[in-house]
Structure formats: structure tokens, C-alpha cells
Design a protein around this ligand. Structure first.
Ligand SMILES: [Zn+2]
Length: 249
């Protein structure tokens, strides 16, 4: 393939120091989904990239595609810095969980514009979201809603309308990642118990827009149930646990 340049909107998911002055970037791009790139000289004080290539940054990039696995960043302009999230401990912790979820759920080079737009919307809303008490970033309603929507966009839609195992329409008592949703008392063996308010919370977080999540009056119980559903779905479908989430609940 001939070397070529292309332009895309992207969000920096992770930025790793490399060599003397470079950075290796994990990016989620609008055009091609998750990709890896190198920004040469990005850590020099004189760098033309400045602080634009840090996690949370929503940027427009010019990327050069060479023969190696990594793209090379040749131009970067900042669309949104998300400084309000970067400089607040609660928002920063919640944001890093969201970024890691993008890294783990989506494989490289597979475009998913809806996931890209969900990510930029999440980061925009995170800038102004208030601390949800108890102040545990992993239980933040906006973060929970974002992760449930990512599961849906990855094809792991938690089925909540009736028992995911037998189809019974009432009385969900547990969550089964194997069955792909809520299950009734007769089918609950080996599943994760979820309270009625937990199911109410899951529906509210999944079915309503991300912007409604910060205002959703969900009990701590409902949010803890939602978190366990998210974590068990990651483990069952992807075989992973989020490092950032383990630190923050
Ligand atoms: Zn059932």
C-alpha cells in the first residue's frame, strides 16, 4: 500500500511516553475506529503539538499512513480540550474509566461512528456534570449510562423487557450475561442478583439519552446493581476487567 495522508476527528484514549521525546497514542477516530499512532517530538517544549495530544483531547488530526503498524501524526488541531474534566479528580477518574472501556470493547481498525459520537458526547457532558453522591466515580450515572450504551453498540444489548432465558414477561430477579439480560426466578441459577430498583435504573440509563443520566435520581443500590451488570458483561463477553474501574469503586 502506498503511503498516504488522511484527516479525521479523534479522541486521545491513552498517551504513552516513547523514546526521548515522542508519544505513542491510542486514538479512537471517527473514520476508522481505534488506531495507534506516534507523535514525534510531542514531549519537547517546542513541540507544535503542545498539550493537544493528552487523554480526553478531542482533536482533528492529519495522519500519515506508512508501512508500519503505527500512523504518524503530522498535524493536530484542538476541537475540545476537556480541561474541566482533566482538572477535577472525580470527573477525571470517571473519564478514564470511559476511555478504558473504549480501548477494551473495540478492536483496532473497525469503524463505529456511533461509538465515536457517544464518546464525544460523554466527554462533553462530563465537563459540567456534578458529583453524584456517594462520590464514587465508578457509580457515576453518566459513566454507567455511557458504558451500557457502549455494550449495546458492541452488540451485547442487555435484554430487559422480559426473561432473557425463557421469555417470561414479569418478575426479573437477576442478570445473566450468558442469557444476555435479566432472568426470572425459575432461570436465575448461577446469575447475578439484581434488585427491582436496579432493573428500573438499568432501563432508565439505557433507554434515555446520555444527557438525562446526570439528572436521573437513582439510588446507590440501583447504581451498584448497574455497575455489576456492566462488569459482568465485560467479563463474559470480552474476558476483561477495567483496571481504572477496580481502582475507583
Ligand atoms: Zn425465565
Amino acid at each position: 500500500m502506498a503511503a498516504r495522508s488522511w484527516k479525521t476527528e479523534a479522541v486521545v484514549l491513552r498517551s504513552i511516553r516513547y523514546g526521548e521525546a515522542d508519544r505513542i497514542l491510542h486514538l479512537y477516530t471517527l473514520e476508522r475506529g481505534r488506531i495507534g499512532a506516534i507523535a514525534k517530538g510531542a514531549r519537547k517544549t517546542s513541540s507544535r503539538f503542545g498539550a493537544r495530544l493528552e487523554p480526553f483531547s478531542h482533536v482533528e488530526l492529519v495522519l500519515h499512513e506508512g508501512r508500519g503498524e503505527l500512523h504518524t501524526v503530522t498535524g493536530a488541531s484542538l476541537l475540545r480540550s476537556h480541561d474541566a474534566s482533566r482538572t477535577d479528580a472525580y470527573r477525571m477518574a470517571a473519564g478514564h474509566v470511559g476511555l478504558e472501556a473504549m480501548l477494551r470493547l473495540f478492536i483496532e481498525g473497525e469503524e463505529n461512528p456511533r461509538a465515536f459520537h457517544a464518546l464525544t458526547r460523554f466527554l462533553d457532558l462530563l465537563d459540567t456534570t456534578a458529583v453524584a453522591l456517594p462520590a464514587v466515580p465508578g457509580l457515576d450515572p453518566l459513566l454507567l449510562s455511557f458504558q451500557l450504551k457502549l455494550l449495546w453498540l458492541s452488540g451485547y444489548l442487555p435484554h430487559l423487557a422480559g426473561c432473557a432465558s425463557c421469555g417470561e414477561e414479569t418478575g426479573l430477579v437477576a442478570f445473566s450475561p450468558q442469557a444476555g439480560g435479566g432472568v426470572c426466578e425459575a432461570c436465575e441459577a448461577g446469575s447475578l442478583p439484581v434488585s427491582a430498583e436496579g432493573f428500573g435504573g438499568l432501563r432508565a440509563l439505557l433507554e434515555r439519552p446520555l444527557a438525562d443520566a446526570p439528572g436521573a435520581a437513582l439510588s446507590e443500590r440501583a447504581r451498584r446493581d448497574a455497575l455489576r451488570v456492566v462488569e459482568s458483561s465485560y467479563e463474559f463477553h470480552g474476558g476483561f476487567r477495567l483496571r481504572t474501574l477496580a481502582q475507583r469503586v
